[in-house]
Design a protein. Structure first.
Lengths: 358, 554
């Protein structure tokens, strides 16, 4: 029995003739963090903004906590301020003419709560993001990371039903981004709020989500827990987006349930796993495997190949191996050393080699 | 749970705005067209035919319009290049001084120059006769004089627009031309000029619209020698008895057709151009060093400042203080009697001053509010009315203010339901409509600098639309609004062309009072009143510059 808190049903949003979100459907449970993951232009931010009430869908329904807040069929559109949500924006959207206190306490001011009455809640939110003592600072006197944390405090201060986060870390530099990502994960573990998170960064998605929804061109491509998605991407797109470097076209023949043989070239045959067996094996599809899963050896029973490029990176060496018409990438530890131009044999364990649908 | 209202505030506001702008802009436009085709309450093409038969006035109007436009754009472009891209000595100060004529109404410049350059009594001629024994050294009561003085007044517009385009241009575009073998001049011609062409054509269009419907300069410098243009002719037709309103409207229609044709031509010329290279981003422009010639350039710029600011203002101040006009130093005595007269004895001053300040303040506030609201719809919403609002609110740019006034006159003179004719309200409507494009432009500039997520964040934190406007948008656009308000206050305080058609004895304004004194030949009182008007202007200007300087670091 799941406890559905947010339900998005057949959502359609368009900008004039451009359909940005096309029939997206998913549910978020109470206390769950769900991430919408996808490249720019896939409709993830538009979906989030439609949930927020900042976009008006032309189709579908959004229900939050049992209340229908948007229903295109009956032209219902509850304005954003009456949905009881909060949001962290990509640009942080810190109001520059206010102090940190006024920014974080804005929702109290809107509700007519007196400044002194709001103080405790604001201080608590600021302490959550390690900004105790910053309350009276003008918002313009903050670094990017601090602004980001003020935005987070503002979103947490008002006890919103759902916290929406729109690529909140994308404007930070790499180091700060990783630190903030870990802080955010820790914070959510502690507070357990329901959150919908939008990002194009797969590591962020893995680190922060209970469930990931991969989007492509306005539609949902795959949903699942981070480990499910990582272990078994369903399509070439998802695999490619998650950084699976080796994706190759192949002729497929079924061997047993969940097992296939993939012919990459007339004389190259790999055994692969079909993670989503549904009785139908496409005759022509893709197979994918990660560079770390390729085992390279000087000889043995693998596919024969020539090292065309070796890139030594210290802990790991990146090899490009050519075998007939195909080329693959393999990452090997520091001990395995092969020279460019050298002949090798490579293999991929069948459970690590995946059938990918279109 | 409450059900959301079917018509949100935004939609209601948008529709109201659309109607308001349509009334402001389309009513006078329609009235001019309608009025031009009527005679004695019946449809007639006679007024239009009569007007088309006045070949002299038409050609005079075109000569002044085209001449002043070419001269002003050429000078403005040259000054912009000199002060923005060449290391001309004193260019920071000069850049500011060159814009000053924007704040001095052409009426005053024309009056001062008529005292300086009239064929017999002009100060320059008197001085030349006395000193060198030369008769009639200059004569500004000529078509050339009208063009010269109008151009002096209009130079700041092209200067500002072309200067902004030059500054907004990525210097690497020119640098890459230089690297690929183009000389300075060649890169100027092949890269810079095409990129600022939209600014050149745009400012030319703005100047032409004003120059072709100009009243004050030809009235002062042309009428004494019988040189009539459309503006003075419209004035004459309405002020003679019986007033020939239809014929005046026909002139208005003719001017509208001319400006509309130019707008169309400009759009056609710029159709294939994209403006992406001239962004709003602030680049550090490449400044050329050109050796000793730079002193010559500085001298040219100073000569312009002298001709357009120092000489006219100096002449007015001198005439306001001297007992009577003379070039004989022995006869000159200075006191404040003329100020005493205009400030305390001349009956129209108080009324005119009050009306001008009131109209300036109200119309500036109205334009700012309307401009911000319209630009919010244009910048922030996806309403289908956006392109309409955008286009409609820019129409007054192509409407000479005299034509606008003519339309309002026609529309409201007999309207019993809305008896605003003869009141200050009709002037207010004229001013608000005339300056609306400025309000919309500055409003959109301010809003575009404001990230839309700042407003979204307020909505997410529970503020409704009205509160978001009041607590987020207004405070953040306030500096721009104040600057725009002050600028519009200055401009509206000096408006002549539409006031001269719409005022009554109770609703007279400063510029009209100045014009009355000029027609009455009361030279010294006129000078004193002008100096009073200029003093108010320059105080407001000081406030404006201070506000701008303070707004820069934020």
């Amino acid at each position: 029995m799941t406890d559905t808190f947010v339900a998005v049903e057949k959502l359609v949003v368009s900008y004039g003739p451009v359909v940005a979100v096309d029939g997206v459907e998913f549910r978020v449970d109470r206390g769950e963090q769900v991430t919408l993951l996808g490249p720019s232009g896939c409709g993830k931010t538009t979906t989030l903004r439609a949930i927020a009430g900042l976009e008006t869908p032309i189709g579908g329904r959004i229900v939050i906590d049992g209340v229908s807040v948007a229903d295109a069929a009956v032209h219902r559109h509850v304005p954003p301020e009456r949905r009881g949500l909060s949001m962290v924006f990509q640009s942080y959207a810190i109001w520059p003419h206010m102090t940190v206190f006024d920014n974080v306490g804005f929702s109290f001011r809107v509700r007519g709560v007196r400044r002194e009455a709001a103080r405790a809640a604001v201080e608590r939110a600021l302490s959550l993001v390690d900004l105790t003592g910053f309350a009276d600072r003008p918002a313009t006197m903050l670094s990017g990371g601090q602004q980001q944390r003020v935005a987070l405090a503002r979103a947490l201060a008002c006890d919103a039903k759902v916290v929406l986060l729109d690529e909140p870390l994308s404007n930070l530099d790499a180091q700060l981004r990783i630190a903030m990502r870990d802080d955010l994960a820790e914070l959510r573990r502690r507070l357990g709020f329901t959150a919908i998170y939008v990002t194009h960064d797969q590591e962020e998605a893995f680190a922060l989500s209970d469930r990931i929804i991969v989007m492509r061109a306005g539609r949902i491509e795959q949903q699942g827990t981070p480990s499910e998605i990582h272990a078994a991407p369903r399509t070439r797109f998802v695999a490619g987006f998650l950084g699976m470097k080796n994706i190759l076209a192949a002729d497929i023949a079924a061997v047993a349930t969940g097992q296939v043989e993939a012919r990459l070239a007339p004389d190259i045959l790999l055994r692969a796993r079909d993670p989503w067996p549904n009785g139908m094996v496409p005759a022509s599809a893709g197979i994918g495997f990660r560079p770390v899963d390729v085992e390279v050896a000087p000889d043995g029973d693998g596919v024969e190949g020539v090292i065309t490029r070796a890139l030594y990176l210290g802990d790991v060496t990146h090899y490009t191996i050519r075998s007939g018409p195909i080329e693959i990438t393999a990452h090997a530890g520091p001990r395995a050393e092969f020279a460019e131009g050298g002949r090798v044999r490579w293999r991929v364990p069948p459970e690590r080699c995946l059938l990918l649908r279109e | 749970m409450r059900v959301a209202p079917t018509v949100p505030v935004e939609t209601a506001a948008t529709v109201t705005l659309g109607l308001l702008v349509a009334i402001l802009v389309l009513v006078p436009l329609a009235a001019v067209v309608f009025g031009a085709a009527r005679e004695a309450s019946a449809f007639s093409v006679r007024p239009l035919l009569t007007v088309l038969g006045s070949a002299t006035i038409i050609s005079n109007t075109l000569v002044v319009g085209v001449g002043a436009t070419l001269l002003a754009v050429a000078a403005g472009a040259a000054l912009a290049l000199m002060l923005a891209r060449i290391r001309t000595p004193g260019r920071t100060l000069l850049s500011r001084l060159v814009t000053l004529p924007l704040y001095i109404t052409p009426l005053l410049t024309a009056i001062a120059w008529s005292w300086l350059g009239s064929p017999r009594g002009g100060l320059i001629n008197l001085f030349a006769r006395q000193t060198f024994g030369i008769d009639s050294l200059v004569n500004l009561h000529t078509p050339g004089g009208v063009i010269f003085v109008s151009a002096l007044s209009y130079v700041p517009l092209p200067f500002l627009l072309i200067g902004a385009a030059l500054r907004g241009m990525d210097p690497s575009l020119e640098e890459s031309a230089r690297v690929h073998g183009a000389s300075t001049l060649v890169s100027l011609r092949l890269v810079t000029l095409p990129l600022v062409l939209p600014a050149i054509l745009g400012s030319g269009l703005l100047v032409f619209v004003q120059a072709v419907g100009l009243f004050s300069v030809p009235a002062v410098l042309g009428m004494p020698s019988g040189f009539q243009v459309a503006g003075t002719e419209i004035y004459r037709l309405l002020n003679n008895y019986p007033p020939r309103v239809s014929q005046a409207a026909a002139w208005g229609l003719l001017l509208l057709v001319a400006t509309a044709a130019l707008v169309w031509l400009q759009a056609r010329l710029l159709r294939r151009r994209s403006y992406v290279t001239v962004t709003g981003k602030a680049f550090r422009p490449r400044v050329l060093d050109i050796g000793p010639v730079r002193w010559l350039l500085a001298a040219i710029a100073w000569a312009y400042v002298c001709a357009a600011v120092v000489l006219p203002v100096g002449t007015l101040v001198w005439a306001a203080l001297v007992q009577f006009i003379t070039v004989d130093p022995n006869l000159m005595t200075f006191d404040l009697r003329h100020f005493r007269y205009v400030l305390f004895e001349y009956p129209k001053t108080y009324l005119a001053l009050r009306n001008s300040v009131l109209l300036g303040a109200l119309s500036a506030a109205g334009v700012c509010a309307l401009g911000l609201a319209i630009s919010w719809v244009i910048v922030r919403t996806r309403s289908w009315m956006r392109p309409w609002l955008d286009q409609l609110s820019m129409v007054p740019l192509a409407m000479p203010s005299m034509v606008l006034a003519l339309g309002l006159l026609w529309a409201y003179v007999g309207l019993k339901a809305l008896p605003i004719y003869g009141t200050i309200w009709i002037l207010l409507i004229a001013y608000v409509t005339h300056y609306l494009p400025f309000g919309v432009r500055s409003g959109s500039a301010a809003l575009r600098q404001l990230h839309a997520e700042l407003e979204d964040a307020a909505r997410m934190a529970g503020a409704n639309w009205t509160r978001t406007m009041r607590w987020i948008v207004l405070p953040l656009t306030w500096p721009t609004l104040i600057a725009t308000w002050t600028l519009l206050f200055i401009l509206a305080m000096q408006e002549v062309s539409s006031s001269i058609l719409l005022y009554t004895s109770r609703t007279t304004v400063l510029s009209v009072a100045v014009f009355d004194l000029w027609e009455a030949g009361n030279v010294n009182a006129l000078a004193a009143l002008s100096v009073t008007q200029l003093a108010i202007t320059f105080v407001a200007l000081a406030v404006l510059f201070r506000a701008r300087d303070q707004a820069v670091p934020a």
